[in-house]
Write a protein that binds this ligand. Structure first.
Ligand code: DAK
Length: 260
């Protein structure tokens, strides 16, 4: 598949994906969603030496201003539900990706855009970033996981407030309530995301993948996730990287992890 809307750059083990529909504030139309699926199902998993992924929006105004509202007409209940499920499945690919995926939020992250940022493992906001779930203004609710992930990230009270009022919040408020990991000067979001991925890239890749799996399991499997944690812990104990990590500590040298 050729990417028309997603622009990619792969450097130093970091894949940077820029959603490029600047004139529509990077709104997610069908083509963008197809490309996102291909990106996380096929393209990114096939990249040799990948340490992590950064997702950002083109231009200085928007990360993603939502699903493309102009495509909403002529949907019935069945196709609407099917399209929402398709979007959710794409976001699950991102959430369950075995390498860290970080949203570099450079502007408006609304509706499906806020949901995309929340499907990523972390969020870095520029000072001008704005977050919101304004679907109620359109007679809708969030359809790509926004009622669930916002609740997971910021708790029930704030999730209720944001999902029911459709209010937009500023980057500092998003940081205060735990929606974003860091707020940085405008334009430095991608650099900060890359800095974090570079740090993670020095750790044992199998351990990183298992940690992501266990943290996600908390929300999907409840208490059974503890079982996943001790099983994954056991699996990691037998890896070459674990032996290397321990040996490096004892020998007072940096570890050289191989993902084995
Ligand atoms: N979709 C399509 N075009 C959009 C857009 C969007 N979400 N957001 C902005 N644009 C377009 C505008 O129409 C305008 O295009 P032209 O008129 O120049 O052709 C251009 O981007 C620039 O926007 P503005 O002129 O409005 O720029 P402003 O600075 O004045 O305002 C804004 C920026 C972000 C406050 C404003 O654009 C805005 O309120 N945008 C809409 C935000 C929003 O409500 N987003 C949608 C959230 S609901 C579903 C699954 C999921 C969803 C829905 C259905 N199914 C499976 C059926 C999810 C829905 C959502 O995401």
């Amino acid at each position: 598949m050729n990417f028309e809307i997603l622009k990619t750059d792969f450097e130093d083990g970091i894949l940077t994906i820029t959603i490029s529909r600047e004139k529509a504030l990077n709104a997610l139309n069908r083509q963008t969603m197809l490309e996102l699926r291909h990106m996380f199902e096929t393209y990114a998993p096939g990249l040799e030496g990948l340490n992590g992924v950064v997702i950002t929006g083109a231009g200085s105004k928007a990360f993603v201003a939502g699903a493309d509202i102009k495509e909403f007409t002529s949907l019935d209940a069945e196709t609407g539900a099917a399209l929402a499920k398709r979007g959710q499945d794409i976001y699950f690919l991102i959430e369950n990706f075995s390498k860290p995926v970080i949203a570099a939020v450079n502007g408006f992250a609304l509706g499906g855009g806020c949901e995309l940022a929340m499907a990523c493992h972390m969020r870095i906001a520029g000072e001008k970033a704005r977050f919101g779930q304004p679907e109620v203004n359109l007679g809708l609710i969030a359809g790509y996981g926004g009622t669930q992930r916002l609740t997971q990230l910021v708790g029930k009270a704030k999730s209720m407030e944001l999902n029911l009022t459709g209010d937009m919040i500023k980057a500092e408020e998003a940081y205060r309530i735990g929606l974003v990991n860091h707020v940085v000067p405008q334009g430095e979001e991608v650099a900060k995301a890359k800095e974090i991925i570079s740090k993670i890239g020095k750790k044992a890749p199998l351990a990183i993948a298992k940690a992501i799996e266990c943290i996600n399991a908390h929300f999907n499997e409840g208490k059974a996730a503890y079982q996943k944690e001790y099983q994954n812990f056991g699996a990691l104990i037998e890896t070459e990287d674990m032996r290397e990590g321990v040996a490096a500590f004892v020998e007072k040298r940096p570890a050289n992890f191989k993902g084995k």
